[in-house]
Design a protein around this ligand. Structure first.
Ligand code: 5GP
Ligand code: MN
Length: 318
């Protein structure tokens, strides 16, 4: 098979990064690829500029994660950008200009092919599923239990535990192989789903109570401001799955969470849909993107203004 990635030796300077507001797929894929490439090169840097969400601290070797600061790093031969729909999703840093070759590995329909080499498969369940084939077929690096654990975590989270339509027979074949490396499903399940803080569970109850329903029950909207997070003493990432509760209500087709982000005037919107609506299109209207059934955007404004603009867009769509 023709190899697309240039050959890697012990001196190849490598950077690996994924999107801001890390999730299971972004963290699983950077760690898996990083651990694999460390078997070839002594100069692998896995970058995470956000804080590691507590639920993912069980991932193997996360102590290797570094913050990228321009003045601390010289150039890189290869920069792997994972799970990013565009070349700004990892934040406002100069990593791409410092890298000789950018390798874009992603599964978002909104991906614009920004890399010098692009592995964009919109039919893949997750970036981890693509990274699996890159490690095993393209790089021909041997998997191990740690790499398998990272890949499994990304696949299980991005497929909603193998429930979303992106889950294919290939996804299950990959997972079957990962399990043979000794992935501990029980431990992963515990960390991801069975260790929520009491505060975050009470917060979940509160925001579901405050949820608003529009368009004859087809749309559910939850708004979260900074005061509420402070009141319940929770970080937003602790309650990652809230939007799924809204989406899963009978009759609801589109669920939206509008959240006041920490920095001034920045609003994060998350969209989910069930069957009939393309929320990637909705997110694009706010400068974001993602998938048909799960998308997001980051915008400026007040919660009230963003909600009004959203309702206008929904009115045209629904
Ligand atoms: P979430 O709502 O879980 O943050 O993200 C859902 C999906 O939308 C993910 O696939 C994510 O990559 C994408 N997404 C979330 N936020 C943004 C954003 O600000 N910009 C873009 N382009 N995509 C986003
Ligand atoms: Mn993903």
């Amino acid at each position: 098979m023709n190899k697309l990635i240039p050959s890697i030796n012990s001196d190849t300077r490598i950077a690996i990064i994924a999107h801001v507001n890390p999730d299971g797929d972004s963290l699983g894929s950077i760690m898996a690829l990083g651990l694999a490439l460390m078997k070839r090169s002594n100069q692998v840097n896995i970058f995470l500029n956000d804080e590691l969400p507590g639920r993912y601290s069980f991932l193997p070797e996360v102590h290797l994660l570094k913050k990228y600061q321009s003045n601390e790093f010289d150039d890189f031969d290869l920069c792997f950008v994972l799970d990013c729909g565009d070349d700004r999703r990892f934040g406002d840093i100069d990593l791409l200009v410092k890298s000789k070759e950018v390798i874009n590995i992603d599964h978002h329909v909104s991906n614009n092919g920004f890399g010098d080499i692009n592995f964009v498969r919109t039919d893949a369940s997750s970036t981890c599923e693509i990274v699996y084939s890159i490690i095993t077929e393209e790089l021909e690096i041997q998997l191990d239990e740690k790499i398998a654990t990272c890949l499994y975590t990304g696949i299980v989270t991005d497929t909603g535990n193998f429930r979303y339509e992106s889950t294919t027979s290939y996804t299950h074949k990959v997972v079957a192989e990962l399990l043979d490396f000794g992935v501990n499903i029980q431990e992963i399940t515990f960390n991801l789903y069975q260790n929520n803080s009491l505060n975050s569970t009470k917060f979940l109850g509160h925001v579901l109570n405050q949820m608003e329903i529009y368009f004859n029950g087809k749309v559910a909207i939850i708004t979260i401001d900074q005061d509420l997070l402070k009141e319940f003493d929770v970080k937003y990432e602790e309650v990652e799955g809230i939007i799924n509760y809204a989406r899963d209500i009978e009759g609801v087709e589109v669920a939206v969470i509008i959240k006041e982000a920490t920095t001034d005037g920045e609003i994060k919107i998350s969209f989910r849909s069930k069957k009939n609506y393309d929320v990637n299109e909705l997110a694009k209207g706010f400068g974001g993107g993602g998938h048909k059934r799960a998308s997001g955007a980051t915008t400026k404004g007040t919660l009230t203004d963003v909600k009004e603009s959203l309702l206008n867009k929904l009115e045209k769509m629904i």
